[in-house]
Each structure stands twice: as structure tokens, then as C-alpha cells.
Design a protein around this ligand. Structure first.
Ligand code: NDP
Ligand code: GDR
Length: 338
């Protein structure tokens, strides 16, 4: 029998890539789905299996990180070999508008899941999606020994989740690991994170559907990697002999301005003609520079990034251009039929 895993945040960017990876490896994957008034499964629809099919390998369960009892019930019933806690209110700017909600889901949600594992007595390994945002204003390069100085309610909530995970490892001997992942992007990245916001705008400007793109601080420095490679690192952490915490990053720095240049030039456009500043997108306190040192992940887990930010920008522009062209072609077909 293959292994089984429970993924919170299965409908997000990372959840969708991790599901693909685990299904390829023969896992049965259980996903936690939160109730929404509109469909929220677009990123995993291509993996969907009819609930009436016996022996299916992807199963979704309605629950929420805010509902501790639902988590205990799920853990007790499923008894998964591995749990990946990817669910979160993951938007840094939004966390300033919804600080308590972010603390509850992103911080306390982690504790609820850890406690659900303990309370249900399940023998499972757990991966916690920790973040480079925890480093905040600590100067780069950041690694496992760098102290945390978070700069947002989101960062604070992730610090709570990080230490809760370490504490359950130390207190109860749980196989619990933190992956401290730096920014990672893909064509499936949420549309309001800066890279995807840029690459979608490039496609729309190129098609003549939009003229301007409004952004906040374009001098921020980030270390952008490719999401499908990062979910492989998560899996490797849970296969290792001992539980530990790892930074996952490319080690290569770029500003939002650099990313803009690359993305617009991929479509033969000049970003300076289209980008406008809007203070609405600035944060009350900003994280100026995140550049990771993933030496430990490479030496212990054998994990190494391949795609760096410039290639990533081109992959994302290519995908957004192709999907917009398909959408426009579909719209034409629909109009023609009427
Ligand atoms: P996304 O924002 O794409 O996905 C977040 C997921 O969490 C979605 O499935 C969302 O569901 C789910 N979720 C939100 N609220 C709840 C809730 N109350 N209960 C249960 N599930 C909930 O994030 P990513 O895939 O980019 O990131 C995955 C994880 O990794 C997150 O925890 C994020 O904070 C962390 N992280 C991400 C990094 C990155 O660069 N991408 C870097 C470092 C850490 P729905 O689809 O319904 O909204
Ligand atoms: P980040 O990603 O905050 O690093 O968190 P985001 O893409 O939101 O911002 C990156 C940088 O770009 C600047 N910026 C803008 N950001 C957004 N979203 N929209 C804008 O218009 C804009 N203009 C400039 C930001 O100020 C920032 O400096 C992401 C999330 O995935 C977290 O969940 C994760 O933990 C961290 O990455 C690592």
C-alpha cells in the first residue's frame, strides 16, 4: 500500500503542485477544502476524481483551520502518514487589514493542527509552511541561524506557527519540520502577488486590454524561485531520518523593478511607459530585502534550485499570454455562436 497524506491549503499554488508530486509518487492524497460560495478548486480541477469512483487517490474534505474539532476528526478518521500544513491567509498586505483573522488562521491554525495530531494519537509526520517573512528586517543573507524580526501580522503569525512546530517536536517527539521558504512563484501564483500581478498585466497590455499597471514599492528585493521545485523540498524534509528546519531559496536577489523589466521585455514592452505608483499597495512596514542561503537543504536533503527569477518571469509571461489568447479565442467562439 502506498502512503497517504493530508494537505491543508490544497487549493492554493503550492497545494496544487504538491498534490501532483504526491500522486505521481503513488500517495493517496486527502485535501482540506474550505467552504466557499464560489468554486475554489480551479488549481486542482485537472486532478479531480469522481467521488463515486472506488479506490480514487484524491479525496477532498470540507474543514477549516479555524475549526479545531473538524481537524481532530479528520486526523482520527484518515490517520495519514504525512500532513502538509500549507493553509493560511497568506497575503502580507491583507494581513494589515485583517490582523486577527490572519493570526487565527495562519498562527493559531498551525497550533490547532499540531494539537489535533497529538489529541488523536496519530503517528504522522508534519510539514509546516514557514516563511522568509519571519526574518523581516534581519539583514540578508538569511539562513537557519538568522533571528526573526517580522514586519507584518502575517510574519508574526508565521513566527508563532514556526515555534509551535519546534515546540511539539521537542515536547512530544513529533516528527515536525519547518520549511522556511523564500518567495516562490509560478503560472498558478495568486493574481494579487506582485509577480503574477505583473505578468498578467503584461499579457493584457500586450493584447490592448489594459494600459496601466499600478504598483507600490518597486525597490523591494526578493529571492524568487519556482514553486514546483519548492514542493519537492517539502517532501524531502518529511522523508529524512530526523526532523529539522530548513531554508529553501535560490540565493539570487532581484528587485521588483528588475522583475518588471524582464517581464515587460519578454513581450517587447517598456515597463516605464505603463507602470504607475499607487500608495495603496505599500505596506505600513515593509520587508526591504530577503535573500536566502539554502546551503543546509542542499547538503542534507540534496535539494538544489534550477530556475532563477529571470527565467521564471519569462515562464510566467508565456503562460499568461497563452491563457489570455485561449480565453479571447473562446470568447470569440462564444460570440460567434450567439
Ligand atoms: P495560497 O494563498 O496560494 O494558498 C493558501 C491556501 O490556504 C488556499 O488553499 C486557501 O484556500 C487556504 N486557506 C486559506 N484560509 C484557510 C482556512 N481558514 N482554512 C483552511 N484553508 C485555508 O498560498 P501558497 O500556495 O502560495 O503558499 C502555501 C503556504 O506556504 C502558505 O501557508 C503560505 O503562507 C506559505 N508560504 C508561501 C510562500 C510563497 O512564496 N508562495 C513562501 C513561504 C511560505 P482557498 O483556495 O479557499 O483560498
Ligand atoms: P510577499 O509577496 O509580501 O513577499 O509575500 P508579494 O508578491 O505580495 O510582495 C513582494 C514585494 O512586492 C512589493 N509590491 C507589491 N506587492 C503586491 N502584492 N502588490 C503590489 O502592487 C506591489 N507593489 C510592490 C511588496 O511591497 C513586496 O515588497 C509572499 C507571500 O507568498 C507570503 O505568503 C510568503 O510567506 C512570502 O512571499 C515569502
Amino acid at each position: 500500500m502506498g502512503k497517504s497524506a493530508l494537505i491543508t491549503g490544497i487549493t492554493g499554488q503550492d497545494g496544487s503542485y504538491l498534490t501532483e508530486l504526491l500522486l505521481e509518487k503513488g500517495y493517496t492524497v486527502h485535501g482540506l477544502l474550505r467552504r466557499s460560495s464560489s468554486f475554489n478548486t480551479a488549481r486542482i480541477d485537472h486532478l479531480y476524481e469522481d467521488p463515486h469512483d472506488e479506490g480514487r487517490s484524491l479525496v477532498l474534505h470540507h474543514a477549516d483551520l479555524a475549526d479545531g474539532v473538524a481537524l481532530v476528526n479528520l486526523l482520527r478518521d484518515l490517520r495519514p502518514d504525512e500532513v502538509y500544513n500549507l493553509g493560511a491567509q497568506s497575503h502580507v498586505r491583507v494581513s494589515f487589514d485583517a490582523p486577527l483573522y490572519t493570526g487565527d488562521v495562519t498562527g493559531m491554525g498551525t497550533m490547532r493542527l499540531l494539537e489535533a495530531i497529538r489529541a488523536s494519537g496519530v503517528d504522522t509526520r508534519i510539514y509546516q509552511a514557514s516563511s522568509s517573512e519571519m526574518f523581516g528586517s534581519a539583514p540578508p543573507p538569511q539562513n537557519e541561524a538568522t533571528g526573526f524580526h517580522p514586519r507584518s501580522p502575517y510574519g508574526c503569525a508565521k513566527v508563532y506557527g514556526y515555534w509551535s512546530t519546534v515546540n511539539y517536536r521537542e515536547a512530544y517527539g513529533l516528527f515536525a519540520v519547518n520549511g522556511v521558504l523564500f518567495n516562490h512563484e509560478s503560472p498558478r501564483r495568486g493574481e494579487t502577488f506582485v509577480t503574477r500581478k505583473i505578468t498578467r498585466a503584461v499579457a493584457r497590455i500586450r493584447a490592448g486590454l489594459q494600459e496601466h499597471l499600478y504598483l507600490g514599492n518597486i525597490d523591494a528585493v526578493r529571492d524568487w524561485g519556482y514553486a514546483p521545485e519548492y514542493v519537492e523540498a517539502m517532501w524531502r524534509m518529511l522523508q529524512h531520518d530526523t526532523p529539522d528546519d530548513y531554508v529553501v531559496a535560490t540565493g539570487v536577489a532581484a528587485t521588483v523593478r528588475d522583475f518588471l523589466g524582464e517581464a515587460f521585455s519578454a513581450a517587447d514592452l517598456d515597463w516605464t511607459e505603463h507602470v504607475r505608483f499607487d500608495p495603496k499597495y505599500e505596506r505600513p512596514s515593509e520587508v526591504d530585502a530577503l535573500i536566502g542561503d539554502a546551503g543546509k537543504a542542499e547538503s542534507v536533503l540534496g535539494w538544489k534550485p534550477r530556475v532563477q527569477w529571470a527565467e521564471l518571469a519569462r515562464i510566467m509571461v508565456g503562460a499568461d499570454v497563452a491563457s489570455l489568447e485561449a480565453e479571447l479565442a473562446g470568447a470569440t467562439v462564444r460570440v460567434d455562436r450567439r
